[in-house]
Design a protein around this ligand. Sequence first.
Ligand code: NAI
Length: 338
Amino acid sequence: MAESRLAKLAAHLTGRGSKAGFRVAVLGASGGIGQPLSLLLKKTSLVRELHLYDVKGTKGVMADLSHINTLTTVRSFEGNAELGACLKGCDLVVIPAGVPRKPGMTRDDLFKINASIVASLAAGVADSCPEAFVAIISNPVNSTVPIAAEVLKRKGCYNPARLFGVTSLDVVRANTFVGEASGTSPERMNVPVIGGHSGNTILPLLSQTTPRNSLPEDKVRALTNRIQNAGTEVVEAKAGTGSATLSMAAAAHRFAESCLRAMNGESGVVECAYVENKEPLSQGLPFFALPVRLNKSGVSGFAPLAALSPYEAQLFDSMKGALAGNIKKGQEFGRSFN
Ligand code: NAI
């Protein structure tokens, strides 16, 4: 079926106002996160076209996904020569490209390999879809987002309202663990998670959950520690074969769909994400995860948070230096990348 007819049919069937759907690219689409994320996006009605990019393996993923009976069309692209064609006209670019952790590794240990991967993909975004929302999953997120910001700046198209580090998995995990501990359905629980995305830079605000919880202080401390180290739980259980992929795909899909709903004109869309901001709560850290309000243009503001509890304020103080260091490392790399 011709593309325009498919788009018209999609508009008719989804009944979603002005746009039939969006063009979304997944960079790193053949990987552990990329494949299940692409599956979820293929089944998302707001995705009109799904572009799969990787250095290898996307033809097979495309052939497989394209048999699923949804209106989303899927195209595959491989290798740097096809990056421009993949990104052209994209509304949203999701980036899970790069190596994951093995037992004993920190996210910062991935910097050496993933920094250049993210920098070169950000350069591709600048060249082919400078207006797109860009959602970075590749670790260390604390540094890869500042890297991408510097690359986009040097290309003259950095818009801080459209560059996100995906920290949704921290929220998803917190909702699960706190929901279970407090006898609330994890699907109803909402725990804001601020700060960064590694170890103690992950700061879940158990004092500000919706619905409220009445967990005792020792339980709050144990749960906070579990949320901060939940990635390592998965890395160790997978024993050298990778890190979180399925829960990450679900979390990234949640974030991507929220971006698309906001682009489609829906109001009231809020997601925690790691973005550049000058909010007082960030205490001078230029990149910081906060509950972000999304609209068609990207970040439109920040949802209000109450003051941190004394325990949370103490955790903030103890991680501030580490997060500042991660940000600086990313900025320096991004400025010197060519
Ligand atoms: P994986 O190794 O299974 O997949 C990565 C994919 O990236 C591979 O298919 C590989 O071919 C591809 N790739 C490598 N270089 C590329 C390039 N230059 N351009 C395009 N694709 C390229 O790894 P997995 O498990 O999918 O993890 C991906 C990243 O996501 C890792 O850095 C991991 O640490 C991170 N991650 C982030 C989380 C978060 O909460 N933000 C949670 C879990 C993982």
